[in-house]
Design a protein around this ligand. Sequence first.
Ligand code: CP
Length: 320
Amino acid sequence: MTSRLEETFYGQDFISVNQIKDRETVDELFDSAYEMEQAVAAHEVGDVLAGHAIPIIFYQPSTRTALSFLYAAKRLGAYSEAMHDMTFSSAAKGESLPDSIRAIQNVTSASAIVLRHPDDNSSQEAAYYADVPIINAGSGKREHPTQALLDLLTIHARRETLDNLKIALVGDLLYGRTVKSLALLLSRAGQNNQFTFVSAPQLRLPNEFLADLPNGTQFSQTENIQDALDADVLYMTRTQREWFEKEGKLDEYEELRAKLMLTKEMAQQMPEDSVIMHPLPRQEELRYGVDENPRAAYFDQMKYGLYMRMAILKAILVKG
Ligand code: CP
C-alpha cells in the first residue's frame, strides 16, 4: 500500500506547506527524520541516493539551509554542489529563471533541484519549466516549507506533541517567510493550538495571509512581547533589513529593528518546559544571554534541519 508520505512527496515538487494535507504525512516524515538522526550518529547512513545529482541553487544568502541540503544530499550518497554566489552565474548576464533552471537541470543531469530565490512565485515558476522536482528552500516573503518542517520536528522533539500548544510568533511577520510557513503548517498538522502574532503594527501578517489560515484557527495579535511570555513555544524572528532596503525604507527599519527583543531576564520568566526558537540568523532581537537558558532550542533547530532535509530528499527521490 502506498504511504501518505509517498503519495505526497515521491517524484513531486515541494513548493508549499499547503501540499501537506494531514498529520499522518508529518508523522511519517518525523519517523524518517528520527531514523536519519540515529543513522548519522552511528555513521551508518548508507547511499540510498547514489547516482542522483542534486544541485543547490541560491539567489539569496544562506548558511543553514544551503549547507544542510548539501550535507543531506552528500550523506545519502548523491552528487551535490551549492551555487550561491549568483554574481558568477549567467543570472548576472540577465538570464531568466526558466532558462537557468533548464540549464542547471541539463548540465548536471539533476534528479531534483533545491532553489532559494527572492520572488514569491519563483519555485512555482521553476517547477513549471523543470522536468525534475523543485524543492523550495525559501521563496520571497511567503514560503520556507522545509524550515517549517524542521521547526515542527524541533517542537515535537522538545514537547512530544504538536497539539494544545500556545505558540507566539514574534518580530517581522510582514516580510518573514518562516513564520508564515510555520503558522500554516502547524495550524493544519496540530490540533487546538493558540497562536499569538506579536509585531509592530507596520510588520503585521498581511490580511490575505490571515484569511488563508484554516477555518477555526485560534489567533490573536499584539504589539507587546510581554503578552507572549506564557507561550509554550516562543518563535523569534529578525527584522529583515534587505526588504526595507529594496523598498527604500531604511529609516523605518532603524525605527523597528529592535522594538521586540527577548532578553535573558524575560526568557527566565517563561514556563519551565517552554521552547524558545529562532530560524536564525539573529540581530539584536534575541539577546546572547538567552543562549544558556535550557528553553533555547535554536541551535537544535539546525541539527533537525539536517535530519529533516535528508528525510525530504529521500521521500522525493526513493519510492517506498
Ligand atoms: N533559517 C534559515 O533559512 O537560515 P539561512 O538563511 O542561513 O539558510
